[in-house]
Design a protein around this ligand. Structure first.
Ligand code: BEZ
Length: 248
């Protein structure tokens, strides 16, 4: 997945906007230190910092780190699977990122290494059943081309039980954890969403073949994800959690 801050601004801004209520769940306080894990272009990091907390953002996409830095954020280029910062934090925040992590075990272990005892770990990402209709349609369209789309499924979408067990394994008590269905209007439509986020499914297809495939996916999804006014929705299911770090 290649992240481009300009494209995200045009087509993905709703993702950070929808993550804003998580800040209330974290309740950052002046003087605290907060890590924004996979901070993207820093739109939410900026709001976290407005609480008076000292915020550090990390992201593995150079374009996002540059965009966050341009907002005045202390943003560092770092893979969440290999967190290595010289401090521990009072709060760790993450929005719409953990579903991209291929080794969540390594990520949560690293978060715990960077958490003070009693630190809050708060976040939201795609949980079990997230974008199920979209995934099913993409797999069906790839199947027509003799491609095993299921084998290319790039996202981590655990149940609450599975994620709570992962948190517990790495020293976090999950105080709050829930799956929240959230059909989400897509301001620039489903084809754009697929082009932006489903590149890994379509790798190896040339531009024309890709455009045909996206059109077919769109046709399959229209009856279930496009309303009578022509507004497209993504069938998001968020896994929202609040956990507290216990001593290692
Ligand atoms: C999500 O926010 O759930 C998501 C975004 C892009 C691709 C897959 C899931």
């Amino acid at each position: 997945q290649i992240w481009n801050a300009g494209e995200y601004e045009s087509h993905g801004r709703f993702i950070s906007d929808l993550g804003a209520p998580l800040i209330d769940l974290l309740k950052p306080r002046p003087g605290e230190s907060v890590l924004d894990l996979a901070c993207g272009d820093g739109a939410l990091t900026e709001r976290l910092a407005a609480s008076g907390a000292r915020v550090v953002g990390v992201d593995n996409a150079p374009d996002f780190v540059a965009a966050a830095t341009a907002r005045g954020i202390d943003a560092r280029l770092m893979d969440a699977h290999a967190l290595d910062l010289p401090e521990r934090f009072d709060g760790i925040f993450t929005n719409a990122a953990l579903h991209w992590m291929h080794d969540p075990d390594a990520v949560v272990a690293g978060v715990h290494r960077h958490a003070r005892t009693g630190a809050r770990f708060v976040g939201e990402f795609g949980g079990f059943g997230n974008v199920a209709a979209i995934v099913t349609a993409v797999i069906a369209v790839l199947d027509r081309r003799g491609i095993d789309g299921a084998a290319r499924h790039p996202w981590y979408n655990p149940t609450t039980e599975e994620f709570a067990a992962l948190l517990a394994k790495h020293g976090f008590d999950a105080e709050d954890i829930a799956l929240i269905p959230r059909p989400t209007p897509l301001p620039t439509g489903i084809a754009q969403w697929i082009r932006m986020f489903c590149g890994l499914f379509f790798s190896g297809l040339d531009d024309d073949a890709r455009a045909d495939a996206v059109r077919e996916v769109e046709d399959l999804l229209r009856p279930s994800l496009c309303d009578r006014n022509g507004t497209w929705y993504a069938d998001y299911v968020r896994l929202r959690f609040r956990a507290v770090a216990v001593a290692a």
